[in-house]
Ligand binder design. Sequence first.
Ligand SMILES: [Ca+2]
Length: 221
Amino acid sequence: MRQHGKFLAAALLLFSAYAGMQNSAAQSLVPNGGFESGISGWSIFVPDESQGKNCKFDVVSTEPHSGTNCVRLQSDDFARYAIGAGSSFPVQPGEHYRVSIWIRADAAALIRPKTSGMPPAAGPVIRLLLRGAGSDTAGGHLFIGMGNTVARDTPSEWSAPLPKDWTKIEAVVEIPPGADTAFPSLFCWWTNGTLYADDFEIEKIAAPTASASTPPNAPTP
Ligand SMILES: [Ca+2]
């Protein structure tokens, strides 16, 4: 009986840990962001200029960051392409979201060197495609990139080597005026070779606390 009670307690603990995990997964606005359901919900986008570079993606079990799967993105030359999550989610200007993903690259993967007349490379970068009233938002989309940079319209340039070990990209972004939906995707922005990604998460958070610009006990005149 005593043993049974212990077992039950352990089982309950396991269950609550599992429920906690489910709960935290449910809060992410990126469905199947850990790729544990294969490619379900994900599709590839290859702009005209990168057609013919054999841009492709699949889900593999090679050293995932967590669980048993991660996504693999590949191109045969320097290319710009993306995988998009299944659907957009509603947003309102002024809302804050924590956006994160884990990235690693094959030893042979490269980022395009600076080339005059060519747009700068950014490597792996998250794009939140922002739309309002059915049109792209004035001011452009949001990009969250290497070094936890946040940029509007075009991603921040990144020219350092791609990380060979799992590396987290994470930033908090504020939804700009005019946006009512956001569509998340992961871009390879002028990379060549094989990259891996896992645990793509977007979570709505409370606005960062405003700094105390008004003293709480300011004397009344
Ligand atoms: Ca995973």
